[in-house]
Design a protein around this ligand. Structure first.
Ligand code: GDG
Length: 464
């Protein structure tokens, strides 16, 4: 079978790919190991303060080549911090109010994509299959095509694809969708993302889309589109959660809870995750069910990301204020309602905490999929499982409909769901968990990866 080349904004290290990072890195590495291949992208390093980038640094690990480049301060500012995270991320999550457009940043975004494509060229073989990931790299295939690359190139969008009326807020929306159509296969997380893409193609680009949404003709090209729901490896997570249950950190947390119930939330510190609304729902719970004061704690793990983007500084301040306000209002001498932790924990700690908790509280305002929801379900003890309270706006809600589904804008709805979760009888918890675990097994990370790659390999090079 031909080699696989994976291109993503960030590249995991060989160690991370073998387990410590979990999730996506492990799934992608599995596919690379099978056929041999290259994982190419940004190292995460900013090289100097000027405009010169640093060409690929190569690390070989068996049949897999890790090739990472460094970005200059200017390119980081324009491509990553600017157009990707201050324009595309907010609009694709329906937060036009937070979007900031700057033509120079957009030019930088395209320039970096073209430069990255040039860096990959010498590493490519004619029959390589190329799989590009996420919104940072929409113009990547176009740049490769301009350089004469005829290989099969697929793209997977990890975040939502917005409705056309929302996408119009991105000034160069037409150029972006045109760039997307340079791929042979474009994958989305959910049916509604695929439908939104098809709507844009028909209404804005005046192209055509087949009835099932899978064959797209636009901008003089023909491509495949599809839904590939990203998943997890549930058995690995369960084993990890169980194995580390008795480790020191987890024992200490349990001891400090003194038999109080535990609600767990884990998110990157991001305004799309609905953390402020979640805090208010927990506050409402303590108001409406005063018997729970002193009897339940919310642990919110929220490692900061994109801290140099202004809207992330605002959300961080707001959350500090909200957590402080609620804790000031309800704390007792030996109980703090919200434990708000702005740091990253090892993956095994999180999985064990999920297992030790009674409720997983996952309420994004918008989310492509949300792997935390799936990890929470996978980590539970099937004999005595916790309950998942899940936003209807997470892609995962389509599969995990046996969760308690809530609207994250409706504070009362969320607080009622929490109360129901905390008092749910064992049999109902087991029944809901069984259904959700079956959904995770049907569509695990391997299924996501393999169905995408089967579709991509089925395309005739240069002619889908
Ligand atoms: C994007 C899309 C889509 C979080 N805190 C820590 C930590 N994590 C891990 C979680 C989970 C991952 O990070 C987060 O994944 P999510 O899917 O929840 O969200 P995004 O980061 O926004 O991911 C999303 C995803 O891509 C995949 O396609 O589902 O919709 O937005 O695995 O456990 N891991 C460790 N320490 C932490 O403190 N080790």
């Amino acid at each position: 079978m031909s080699r696989l080349v994976v291109v993503s904004n960030r590249v995991a290290t060989p160690t991370e790919s073998k387990g410590s990072a979990g999730g996506l890195a492990v799934g992608v590495f599995g596919a690379l190991k099978d056929t041999g291949g290259v994982w190419f992208g940004w190292s995460g390093e900013i090289v100097g303060e000027g405009t010169a980038n640093a060409g690929p640094e190569i690390v070989q690990d068996g049949a897999v080549t890790f090739a990472t480049v460094g970005l200059s301060r200017r390119d980081y500012d324009q491509y990553y911090r600017g157009f990707s995270n201050a324009m595309l991320w907010p609009v694709f999550h329906y937060r036009n109010d937070l979007a900031r457009y700057d033509r120079q940043e957009y030019a930088g975004y395209r320039r970096v994509n073209a430069w990255l494509a040039q860096q990959l060229l010498p590493l490519l073989k004619p029959d390589d299959v190329i799989w590009v990931h996420d919104y940072h790299l929409i113009p990547f295939a176009e740049a490769l095509r301009l350089a004469g690359v005829k290989n099969r190139i697929g793209f997977f969008l990890h975040i939502p694809f917005p409705a056309p009326q929302v996408l119009l807020n991105v000034p160069p929306h037409d150029e972006l969708v045109k760039s997307l159509c340079c791929y042979d296969v474009v994958g989305f997380q959910t049916e509604s993302d695929l439908v939104a893409f098809g709507d844009y193609i028909v209404r804005q680009a005046h192209g055509t889309v087949s009835r099932d949404g899978r064959t797209v003709d636009a901008y003089g090209r023909s491509l495949r589109a599809g839904v590939y729901r990203i998943g997890v490896f549930p058995d690995d997570i369960a084993a990890q959660a169980k194995r580390f249950e008795t480790r020191k950190d987890v024992r200490e947390l349990k001891a400090s809870l003194k038999d109080r119930k535990l609600i767990m939330s884990v998110d990157r510190l991001d305004y799309s995750k609905g953390i402020a609304e979640r805090f208010r729902a927990f506050e409402r719970l303590l108001e409406t069910a005063p018997e729970l004061q002193g009897a339940v704690s919310l642990v919110q793990v929220a490692p900061p990301t994109r801290a140099d983007v202004q809207s992330y500084q605002h959300i961080r301040q707001n959350l500090e204020y909200e957590a402080g306000r609620i804790n000031g209002r309800f704390s007792g001498l030996d109980w703090t309602p919200i434990r708000y932790l702005n740091r990253r924990y090892d993956r095994w700690v999180l999985m064990s905490l999920f297992r030790a908790s009674q409720v997983g509280f996952v309420t994004p305002l918008r989310d492509g999929m949300n792997l935390v929801a799936k990890e929470y379900v996978a980590a539970q003890d099937p004999d005595d499982p916790g309950v998942l309270v899940l936003s209807r706006f997470a892609g995962a809600a389509a599969e995990l409909d046996a969760a308690l589904i809530v609207n994250p804008h409706d504070i009362l709805d969320m607080s009622e769901a929490l109360q129901r979760a905390l008092t749910m009888p064992l049999e109902e918890r087991q029944d809901r968990h069984r259904k959700m675990l079956a959904a995770l097994r049907r569509n695990d990370l391997g299924v996501w990866r393999d169905t995408f790659l089967v579709d991509l390999r089925a395309v005739r090079p240069g002619m889908p």
